[in-house]
Design a binder for this molecule. Structure first.
Ligand SMILES: [Zn+2]
Ligand SMILES: [Zn+2]
Length: 367
């Protein structure tokens, strides 16, 4: 079948909108018609070469849609089911899945940089007959995609796919970092560096966990206001001030948890300096993979912790429907995070805006 998609052919160049041929699902795969896809900062990082992606490849990894066809062996889904594309196949049999950590599923780590599906092959072909890959097995910048069945998480059909698509990446990464990666106790203090889709989700997770102080840090006023609307108790513009000192003053000696959601060396170092003795810096943002940190060792002797967070330490079959439920009950604000709804053709403009730090989330709507 034919599908319209946004394809990356060259690092740093605009994505090409074109029609691709898509093969149907094979064993343990499903064909999904996407209704919407968020544009995550990592898509921008792949496009710019900060993160490695094979080319040509259909980018996009924050999608929700409807199952149109299931391949052999798929028993938990049927055509018509509403799904969110998660970022792990959660195979259930690898070492990490057996330890209850499907966010590190080996099936995914084996293929994540290859642009293929789990069996190592690709399903898209362009008009020149060239095979085209798809980002992290889901390739949501396409009207349709064939994805591993284990990555399609069935959700409440009453929930609006055009909004809950954000749960595919940013929301699960952020809310999960606050609720799963660390144990925030009622009244604890948190700082969150960066108030894009992931940062705003961390703030909401911290609010749901009962944090007493939530300090949002972002140079863009619109994002600071959003952060306050979503549960931050304080919002700081870090431009030209000693932001660590400010955070430590508000939280009286430092926060219990400092979350970094930008993936920048300078802000990771700030996050390390914000917690009090015994506190934790949680690195959620994804820097370029060759980044090397120079950390002052002092914090180790006040028993501070430095922790990474992958996909919000989530178990998608448990957490994705739970986050949809939080949204339906009004505990998780997602509509407010969406600053723009666009057509697939406008993807390159959305990347330009992202480069300027504008808006929290743009969402591509498919017809
Ligand atoms: Zn993402
Ligand atoms: Zn696994």
């Amino acid at each position: 079948m034919k599908t319209k998609a946004a394809v990356m052919y060259e690092v740093g160049a605009p994505l090409v909108i074109e029609e691709l041929e898509l093969e149907g699902p094979k064993e343990n795969e499903v064909l999904v018609k996407y209704v919407a896809s968020g544009i995550c900062h990592s898509d921008y990082s792949f496009r710019n070469g900060v993160l490695p992606a094979s080319v040509p490849s259909v980018l996009g990894h924050e999608g929700a849609g409807i199952v149109e066809e299931v391949g052999p062996g798929v028993t938990h889904l049927k055509p018509g089911d509403h799904i969110i594309a998660s970022l792990t196949p959660a195979c259930g049999t690898c070492l990490f899945c057996m330890e209850g950590k499907p966010f590190l599923c080996k099936d995914m780590t084996d293929v994540i940089w290859k642009g293929s599906l789990l069996d190592g092959t690709k399903r898209f072909t362009n008009s020149k007959g060239e095979k085209v890959g798809q980002l992290v097995c889901v390739g949501t910048f396409s009207e349709r995609s064939v994805i591993p069945a284990g990555m399609a998480v069935k959700v409440d059909p009453k929930a609006p796919l055009e909004t809950i698509c954000l749960i595919g990446c940013g929301v699960t990464t952020g809310v999960g970092a606050a609720l799963n990666t660390v144990d925030i106790k009622k009244g604890d203090s948190c700082a969150v560096i960066g108030c894009g889709g992931v940062g705003l989700s961390i703030i909401q997770g911290a609010r749901i966990a009962g944090a007493g102080i939530i300090i949002a840090i972002d140079p863009v006023e619109e994002k600071r206001q959003l952060a306050l609307d979503m549960g931050a108790t304080h919002a700081i513009d870090p431009t030209g001030i000693k932001v660590v000192k400010e955070v430590r003053a508000i939280a009286k000696g430092g926060v219990h948890f400092a979350f970094e959601a930008l993936g920048l060396e300078s802000t990771i170092l700030q996050a390390w300096s914000m917690p009090r003795a015994t506190g934790t810096a949680v690195i959620v943002g994804v820097p370029s993979m060759d980044t090397v940190l120079e950390l002052p060792v002092l914090g180790f002797f006040s028993e501070k912790h430095l922790k990474g967070s992958a996909y919000g330490s989530s178990i998608p079959s448990r957490d994705v429907p739970k986050f949809v439920d939080y949204y339906m009950k009004g505990e998780l604000k997602l509509d407010e995070m969406i600053t723009k709804r666009i057509k697939l053709e406008d993807i390159n403009t959305a990347f330009d805006e992202m480069g300027r730090g504008e808006g929290a989330r743009s969402v591509i709507m498919y017809d």
